[in-house]
Ligand binder design. Structure first.
Ligand SMILES: [Fe+2]
Ligand SMILES: [Fe+2]
Length: 255
């Protein structure tokens, strides 16, 4: 089977490009299941009911998020929708859920959203949390979106989960890394799958605003860039009987 994992959709341009391309990518690569990180899909960041519905209507089966999950007031409504995840290691009491199991009849696919804590909000330790979560999952087909900043934390988690999950893909940095590989002959891995939005930008933000923020270190109201949209993803082929990843392929789609 084949699962496509699409990197953080940023703003209107990212949503529009997803709409225009996802169904064709699905046909071209014979994709069975699509997961999309939507934490930046609303204009002005975060995720809204409207942007989530747009991602589902574009072809996604599951939406993952990250540190921007609860940016918008309407997050109550968003995280009661089915198959929308927020990082599972938020403390007890936080709304929403961090794991879903898609039932395709003969095959079950678990998708887990986890978040790093290096240079991020100090939520629950993701290593201990994932151990707990994996005990509750029965299918061998397990896909983890590890939303994290530090490459070392991501690579460590990749090896920590090697032979225990089908694939672990990194999100959050919005830059696709060139290290897709299969760990221990079992677990597909990439440090970051990248983003879906403007390529002519600084991780999706208008260039001049981003430069100003970095140069002066004073607050800047970010705006999504709109030039040259592209889509970043990985295609994960796996044996659904064993949960073993047999191939992981980077995908970048431009106009
Ligand atoms: Fe993001
Ligand atoms: Fe993020």
């Amino acid at each position: 089977m084949r699962l496509l994992f699409v990197g953080d959709v940023v703003g209107y341009i990212g949503c529009a490009f997803l709409w225009d391309n996802l169904k064709q990518i699905k046909r071209d690569h014979k994709v069975d299941i699509i997961a999309v990180n939507g934490e930046n899909s609303a204009v002005g960041n975060g995720i809204t009911k409207k942007s989530a519905e747009h991602i589902f209507n574009s072809g996604a089966d599951v939406i993952t998020t990250g540190n921007h999950a609860f940016k918008r007031k309407e997050c109550n409504e968003v995280f009661t929708m089915p198959n929308i995840l927020r990082p599972i290691n938020f403390p007890e009491g936080v709304q929403g859920r961090g794991v879903t199991v898609l039932d395709l009849g003969k095959v079950q696919i678990a998708v887990i959203n986890l978040m790093g804590i290096s240079f991020m909000e100090p939520i629950d330790n993701p290593f201990f949390k994932i151990d707990e979560v994996l005990k509750t999952i029965e299918t061998p087909n397990i896909f983890v979106d590890f939303h994290a900043e530090a490459t070392a934390e991501k690579k460590s988690m990749g090896y920590y989960l090697a032979e225990r999950v089908t694939a672990l893909v990194g999100t959050h940095t919005h830059v696709q890394t060139n290290d897709s590989q299969i760990l221990c002959g079992h677990t597909g891995y990439i440090t970051d799958i990248g983003m879906t939005g403007s390529e002519e930008s600084v991780i999706g933000v208008e260039i001049e605003l981003a430069i100003s923020r970095q140069k002066y270190h004073t607050p800047v109201q970010f705006k999504e860039a709109t030039e040259k949209p592209f889509l970043n993803a990985v295609l994960i082929e796996f044996d659904e009987k064993t949960g073993i990843c047999t191939k992981i392929q980077k995908i970048i789609k431009r106009n």
